[in-house]
Write a protein that binds this ligand. Structure first.
Ligand SMILES: C[S@@+](CC[C@H](N)C(=O)[O-])C[C@H]1O[C@@H](n2cnc3c(N)ncnc32)[C@H](O)[C@@H]1O
Length: 394
């Protein structure tokens, strides 16, 4: 054990850090890292009331608009503002990953690894009443948690959520004006039956039977063929669309024009940069950490997964659009190495400078233009961020 750390780390984890050239002292800095909250635009006037309720000062994060730091021991879950959906917890480094995308009014945005949904909420928050947001995650129960969050924070109006494998997901954004679709729905008589109507969590007996049959088939084939739509908001563009239209996959050349304007690939990783995640293993047992994080075979398959997610996210990006790749691992294997392999295989991909980062408390990754946040330098959780654009070639 390392005596300088307030949380004793097992030898296996320290070896993992050493093998990956990571400094264990970044975990010692965790006690001084605050908790971060974002206040939804328009609710800033509630700050004094919030401070009284939480018995602490909300320190403005000067480099990240709308973000506030509070002492790490303060729990926001019991506060009225949290329960009323006016503030949500999101680490400042996660906020920076989202800000790197430079969301503009009207953007169609894809979040390829969306659950549990903090970045999804922030994306929706930035889009406001414009564009669309598509969230994808392979874990249905985790994506269901995203749905709960979106509803709680009233951020789901323009969002649709698909349970799907992000390495093969291929649905393009619906670039139609939601209102024109609603008009079709109102005026279409006999075909209405095939068109999506307002989303409801209650499903008819017929739909439940159909879903059960699909599950049985899936079980027999043990493959998932089609993404499962588990939520869509009234302005997501889904209402009034037919199933065949919604599930029409991208087809090569179309994507350059009709793909997403912005894509976030916040990939599955070993989470070793997130000390709050590592801390959980104190309760779950360090053997679980060994199995889930340190196992070399798992890490190898993870880097392959990360590369596939990044490559597929890029495929779905329109020409001139921006993609952000992030992980909460600090290992080079899951970050710079993945970026190098991706760039070598994708001549249309170009690394971009993250302009806003000039004033951010982070350091450069091993590849220029990439960023690394960590508790020591940034007073945040650990995060790697790289931004790409898609060039028009050939
Ligand atoms: C680091 S978490 C994402 C955190 C999320 N962006 C947020 O801000 O709350 C990674 C997510 O990737 C999902 N995932 C793992 N493999 C996937 C795959 N093949 N396709 C899509 N999602 C995947 C996991 O279920 C997990 O929810």
């Amino acid at each position: 054990m390392d005596g300088t750390l307030s949380m004793p780390l097992p030898k296996g984890f320290l070896d993992f850090l050493e093998e990956n050239g990571l400094d264990p002292s970044i975990y010692a800095a965790r006690d001084s890292v605050p908790r971060y909250v974002r206040i939804k635009p328009g609710d800033e006037s509630q700050i004094p009331e919030l401070e009284m309720e939480m018995k602490c000062k909300l320190e403005k994060v000067v480099w990240l608009p709308g973000f506030f730091a509070i002492p790490a021991h303060i729990q926001i879950a019991s506060s009225k503002a949290y329960q009323e959906g006016k503030i949500y917890g999101i680490d400042a480094a996660s906020g920076a990953a989202v800000m790197s995308l430079d969301i503009s009014h009207g953007d169609h945005v894809l979040d390829l690894c969306a659950a549990p949904g903090a970045k999804l909420c922030f994306l929706s928050d930035l889009l406001g009443n414009s564009g669309s947001l598509t969230g994808v995650d392979i874990a249905k129960h985790r994506l269901a948690a995203c749905r709960t969050m979106l509803k709680k924070y009233s951020l789901g109006d323009r969002c649709r959520l698909f349970v799907a494998d992000g390495t093969t997901f291929s649905l393009l954004p619906l670039r139609v004006h939601p209102d024109s679709r609603l008009e079709i729905l109102r005026n279409t008589g006999e075909e209405k039956i095939d068109l999506y109507e307002e989303w409801t969590s209650r499903r008819s007996w017929k739909e439940r039977k159909k879903a059960a049959k699909a599950r049985d088939n899936l079980h027999m084939l043990s493959v998932k063929t089609e993404p499962e739509l588990i939520f869509y908001g009234p302005q997501s563009g889904v209402i009034g669309v037919s199933k065949s239209e919604l599930f029409q996959s991208e087809c090569g050349s179309e994507t350059s024009k009709l793909g997403y304007d912005k894509v976030l690939v916040d990939a599955e990783c070993t989470h070793d940069g997130s000390f709050r995640h590592i801390e959980k293993f104190e309760h779950w047992g360090w053997a679980t950490l060994q199995r889930r994080v340190l196992d070399a075979k798992r890490t190898d398959s993870l880097t392959l997964l990360q590369l596939k997610l990044l490559s597929n996210g890029f495929k779905l990006l329109k020409t001139g659009g921006s993609l952000v790749y992030s992980t909460c691992s600090l290992t080079v294997a899951q970050n710079e190495d993945v970026v190098d392999q991706f760039l070598a295989a994708n001549p249309a991909a170009e690394l971009q400078e993250i302009c806003a980062a000039k004033n951010w408390p982070c350091r450069s990754g091993r590849i220029p233009k990439t960023l690394r946040f960590d508790p020591l330098v940034s007073q945040t959780s650990g995060l790697f961020v790289a931004k790409f654009t898609k060039l028009s070639i050939g």
